[in-house]
Design a protein around this ligand. Structure first.
Ligand code: G3I
Length: 391
């Protein structure tokens, strides 16, 4: 979505605290004004603080681990969650609702209910959408993983999935994680775990990108993975594979790092350098699942030192993206500890996001906002009068 900015009007209105548009909770009619349009980007929010050429995103909570918790579906049930989702973010990613096990529950049967709701929400609130994900070794339904198919049948199943799902949202999803986590930490293809690569060979990766591009020529098509933040064997493997695919005119448009970090380990110091080399290939780059978990004390509450370290990691990750011209999308993997995947996956760890379980912003929230405001300085208007105020 192309941003539309009326900075003067916004600044004046904000200074006089004149509301520019109905609050997000009023669920305005669908419109396609840019993600930074004052009608969507309320003064003082993360999306408003961001420069024009960067969207600030979050995963939309639902499916996956949420199905095993004692709360209803967050996206459809939690009004406060939805209000903040609209207010602060100019991009959304389906946390689980576009994955095979959710959207393709039986052979030839699709369930688009939740994915449609997320895309429609995004359009009502001037948000980009990241589709996640078409080709992965995890969260595939049993009918697929345990089925007995010929290679031709399997190939057609993947072709039908990509054509149906990507085609349904043609022109409405800005970036797709076409292939997710296809290399292991040593930079070897997951030829055993990934059903598509195991049964159809590595050439199927290029076909997945070609089919996605045929289904929606306007969508940017990405590789996405964790543990590829630094220049290392895994990110090297992506770099070499993508160079080969580009040489064969395969429509690969971007490379993204998930950036799942922990305060127990160091920050990936070569992140910006790594993103830059993919940018130098002419690719877009993105940070797609940023969170910074920590081992919690007995109290279950993070210490001030842990929160400060977490804020520093968030700020370093955002700064790395801001430092690379083609890094236009910074997404956190959930904005509130209330719904984070981390405590479910990592016993004794948590507090990984930018707001606590009561939606109170943490130091990492303010670190992101101040970093965004500083980046926005190149507009010549500097931080708005409310920059230091509460959120
Ligand atoms: O499918 C099993 C089901 O058979 C079983 O009965 C049930 C209870 O144990 O668990 C189900 O697995 C769940 C899985 O989602 C599939 O629904 C796991 O418990 C649950 O923890 C898992 O959560 C999701 C996870 O991906 C799956 O890998 C999280 O909600 C989601 O945030 C997370 O997101 C991934 C990205 O897609 C890719 N990058 C890493 C990121 C974090 O893992």
């Amino acid at each position: 979505m192309k941003p539309v900015r009326l900075i003067t009007a916004t600044l004046a209105a904000a200074a006089l605290s004149i509301p520019l548009a109905a609050p997000a909770s009023a669920d305005p009619a669908p419109d396609h004004r840019g993600h930074n349009h004052p009608g969507h980007a309320k003064p003082g929010t993360l999306r408003w603080a961001a420069p024009d050429d960067l969207v600030i995103g979050t995963a939309v909570a639902g499916g996956g681990h949420h199905l095993e918790q004692d709360y209803p579906d967050p996206f459809t049930s939690d009004k406060e969650y939805r209000k903040l989702l609209a207010r602060h973010f100019s991009s959304v990613s389906a946390e689980n609702q576009m994955k095979w096990e959710y959207i393709h529950p039986a052979r030839g049967e699709y369930d688009f209910g939740m994915a449609d709701a997320i895309v429609e929400f995004a359009e009502r609130h001037g948000q980009d959408v990241r589709g996640h994900t078409l080709f992965w070794h995890s969260q595939n339904p049993a009918w697929l993983e345990e089925g007995d198919f010929t290679d031709e049948e399997l190939r057609e199943i993947l072709h039908d999935h990509i054509t149906t799902v990507v085609g349904r949202y043609e022109g409405r999803i800005d970036q797709w994680d076409v292939a997710n986590e296809i290399f292991d930490s040593s930079g070897e293809l997951r030829t055993e775990e990934n059903i598509w690569i195991r049964e159809l060979g590595p050439g199927i990766i290029a076909d997945a990108f070609r089919w996605a591009h045929e289904a929606d020529p306007s969508a940017e098509l990405y590789f996405n993975d964790y543990g590829v933040e630094d220049v290392n064997a895994k990110s090297d493997a992506y770099y070499e594979l993508i160079r080969e695919l580009l040489a064969d005119d395969v429509p690969v448009h971007g490379f993204s790092a998930q950036v799942h970090l922990s305060t127990q380990y160091g920050f990936p110091g070569s992140l910006e350098e790594n993103l830059q080399r993919f940018d130098d290939l002419g690719l877009g780059t993105a940070l797609t699942e940023v969170d910074v978990r920590m081992r919690l004390p007995e109290s279950g509450e993070p210490t001030p030192e842990q929160l400060e370290q977490q804020a520093d990691y968030y700020e370093q990750a955002l700064s790395a993206c801001l430092g690379v011209e083609g890094c236009g999308s910074f997404t956190i993997w959930g904005f509130t500890d209330k719904y984070s995947w981390v405590p479910v996956f990592f016993e004794g760890e948590g507090s990984a996001t930018i707001m606590d379980g009561q939606f109170t912003p943490k130091p990492s929230y303010f670190a992101l906002k101040s970093t965004l405001l500083e980046a926005g300085d190149d507009h010549g208007w500097g931080p708005p009068p409310w920059a230091g105020r509460d959120w």
